[in-house]
Design a protein around this ligand. Structure first.
Ligand SMILES: Nc1ncnc2c1ncn2[C@@H]1O[C@H](COP(=O)(O)OP(=O)(O)O)[C@@H](O)[C@H]1O
Ligand SMILES: [Mg+2]
Length: 426
């Protein structure tokens, strides 16, 4: 760890001079705010370049690394939980990985084939999401249009928790807000761990691969650019099987394992020989997140969905009549094998649509609004248009009140209930 002495200016800002290939890491405490400004040189945050003399604001809970390839000086104003400069980063290895992927894209372009499909995996808190962002940013900065496939149902980045989806990346992530999520493809999963319904999880993974393949057939640029698949940190048992399933559904070419040799060896053993599996170290800067922190950041994601980034949106509240919608839960509770109807397996049960009768217990639950028109369609494999949260249920008048990003009426009437609840405390 380097110890460049930061210097303070009269307004309490702290200036850091970073040598090339070093990074400034800082965390913002809950309730605090920190401003960052690039004074000279070049710097980036997870692959998004910083503009000179622009003030970037980071709020509660942000964990940031400002990296510079060439050297720079930056200024931090506000209270940071920690702030230090490190020379010891795996960024050169990450850059080399990007360069190898870019070579594969060039090759694909020449031979009219498809570009690299990359799966990033590893245990919790090793920087998987961050590496995905970095690789996507570097690709899009070279003019590529890679696809982010988000399979982390707990801490995903393109919709609210409890969903899986894909997003075509057209510009680098905004330094403060992340990737712009204008037209994502989203599927309803319903809970924050794949384990609650692994059959459904794998089914949706396959569906996403199918849709991505269709897109590649129609869009040469997307095909050549490939995809980066972010996965969740559950790497044992069914979680591991889900990774193997993902690799085969997407026919991935490259698997990046962060920080865990055991997982790396298992995947090398179990995936076909032509899949390039690489083990990369995690950054020493990646911060472990507590259970509470994870729950808070899930809540924050949901709040952001309804209220916008830093409260830029104004959601609508309105009543929905029980009679106007149909609510389903995906997956019936498991019952003993001996009680299953003849010819039906436990797994069929996991993909069943179970009608939900609206009642008091609906309160605070999130509902996905399916794009399907009729329950006879394949609801499970149909994308969702958006989400609402139930804020009140009036059984006497047979209506419930919802918070919705769009004004009434609901665009469709098939709703899928999540296990996930959200208290609207605004
Ligand atoms: N080099 C770094 N320095 C400081 N913080 C980092 C660095 N890399 C990642 N982080 C932070 O660490 C946290 C965990 O990283 P993340 O990529 O979300 O891990 P994972 O997806 O494996 O759970 C995030 O809040 C992220 O912003
Ligand atoms: Mg993650």
């Amino acid at each position: 760890m380097a110890t460049e002495e930061p210097s303070k200016d009269e307004k309490g800002g702290v200036k850091f001079d970073l040598e090339k290939e070093t990074e400034l890491r800082f965390e913002v405490d809950s309730g605090d705010k920190v401003q960052l400004e690039l004074l000279s040189g070049l710097a980036e945050i997870y692959g998004s370049e910083l503009n000179r003399n622009k003030k970037y604001t980071f709020e509660s809970g942000c964990k940031i690394a400002v990296f510079t390839w060439q050297g720079c000086s930056v200024q931090l104003t506000g209270k940071t939980e920690v702030a230090y400069v490190s020379r010891d980063t795996p960024m050169l290895l990450y850059l080399n990985t990007h360069a190898a992927l870019e070579q594969m894209r060039q090759q694909a372009e020449k031979e009219n084939e498809r570009g690299p499909r990359v799966m990033v995996c590893g245990p919790m808190d090793v920087g998987k999401s961050t590496l995905c962002r970095l690789l996507l940013n570097y690709a899009v900065r070279l003019g590529r249009r890679p696809t982010l496939v988000e399979l982390d149902v707990g801490q995903g980045n393109i919709a609210i928790p409890g969903t899986m989806g894909a997003l075509c990346i057209e510009r680098p992530a905004d330094v403060e807000e992340g990737f712009s999520v204008q037209a994502p493809l989203i599927y309803h999963f319903g809970s924050t761990t794949p384990g609650t319904n692994i059959k459904l999880y794998n089914k949706i993974t396959s569906r996403l691969a199918e849709v991505f393949n269709q897109r590649c057939d129609m869009n040469h640029k997307a095909c050549v650019s490939g995809c980066v698949i972010n996965t969740c940190g559950w790497v044992k048992g069914s979680g591991y099987q889900a990774l193997v399933h993902t690799a085969s559904a997407f026919e991935v070419d490259v698997v990046i394992v962060l920080d865990q040799e055991r997982l790396y060896n298992e995947l090398k053993r179990d995936l076909p020989f032509f899949v390039r599996t690489v083990l990369l170290p995690k950054s020493g800067g990646v911060v472990e997140r507590s259970k509470d922190y994870r729950r808070e950041s899930r809540d924050e994601k949901i709040r952001e969905y309804f209220y916008g980034f830093r409260g830029g949106f104004f959601p609508h509240a309105f009543d929905v009549r029980f009679a106007d919608v149909r609510i389903y839960k995906i997956g019936a509770p498991t019952i003993p094998d001996s009680c299953l109807p003849l010819g039906m397996s436990q797994e069929d049960n996991q993909l069943k649509l179970v009608p939900v009768t609206p009642g008091r217990d609906l309160v605070h639950h999130l509902l996905s609004v399916s794009t399907a028109d009729s329950p006879d369609e394949n609801i499970i494999e149909t994308s969702v248009a958006g989400f609402i949260v139930v804020t009140n249920v009036d059984t006497e008048h047979q209506v419930f009140t919802v918070l919705s990003p769009a004004p009434r009426p609901l665009p469709k009437n098939i709703l899928l209930i999540m296990d996930i609840r959200f208290m609207d405390l605004k």
